[in-house]
Write a protein that binds this ligand. Sequence first.
Ligand SMILES: [Zn+2]
Length: 388
Amino acid sequence: MHPMNLSAREILDQLVGFRSVSHVSNLDLIDWVEGYLASHGVKSYRVYNADGTKAALFANVGPEVEGGVILSGHSDVVPVEGQDWATDPFTVVERDGRLYGRGTCDMKGFVALALAAVPLALAAGVKRPLQIAISYDEEVGCTGAPPMIAQMVKTLPRAAAVVVGEPSMMRLVNGHKGGHGFAVHVQGFEVHSSLQHTGVNAIMTAARLIDWANIINAENAAKPATALGQGFVPHWTTAHVGKIQGGTAENITAKDCHFGFGFRVVPGESEEAWAQRFKDKAAEIEAEIQAIRPEAAITLTQTFYVPGLVPEQNGAADHLVRRLTGDNGSEVVSYGTEAGQFQAEGYSCVVCGPGDIAQAHQPNEYLEVAQFNEAWGFMQRLVKDLAE
Ligand SMILES: [Zn+2]
């Protein structure tokens, strides 16, 4: 097989062309990446989802030894439906120093650069490997990465550092909040509202749980920032309800109410502990409504769980990215990434990638050409570093 010698920009064109929106299969993209890597003699490993419609892919480039660097990105993008795009979202259009297209910023730009670094690493004869990790379903709760990471731990020599290339304007991000979310179903009991004391109103019951979020938010906001929490905006753990649905008529106690409940947890606090407090509160209210009607219930289904990224003290990934970017500061962000999931498996991990997170998920999403070029410089310095 002839090596596919493509520039990072040409690879980006290919990747954006795959409509790998989270709710559809990403296998055509993964096939292409596998073919690209194979053309350079690099073996890929796939980790499929339960129904086999999606796969994560990882690979080791260079010698099979410990101490390498993982470049991690996700293959999925958010939908374009309902967004007003000036150009075809699945074709990269370069204009005014910007690369327009769905996923250019979040985060096929970084994945393209990582893949373009593969032949570079091989030509440089790296002494420590470059490892590539491409997940799926990042945009729908970061559910694709954990099985991939578990498989990487078993299959590849242990890497010394992980760089998750979510858009950070190539600045070093070494901390982010964790998240834990639930779909909540309150099952009430329908009666005429004139006799509401004999029924259970699912909406009014849900309101109690939702108001608990308000109470938690106020309590947390009133507390001083912890050592790990300072730097975050806001510095406290927050609870949020963004969607609710319920009831059938003005004069009937609502039989059903559904809402989504989520925490954003500052590093140093336990996502599980917050989830447990919520479960305990739900159980307490459930006992009260079941005393009125035994059929009533509150059911919680986990929708997402993303561990936070705890800033390391002089971690290997920090050192590496400082060396390669010259960025001596560090930042923390309030959005979740797969970095916390790598850290949970014992990897030293930071976030650093091209583009502005403000562009992610937007209509007319773009990546500045200058950011793309800066990130390519990063890849070249990384390969040099691995060859030393
Ligand atoms: Zn992303």
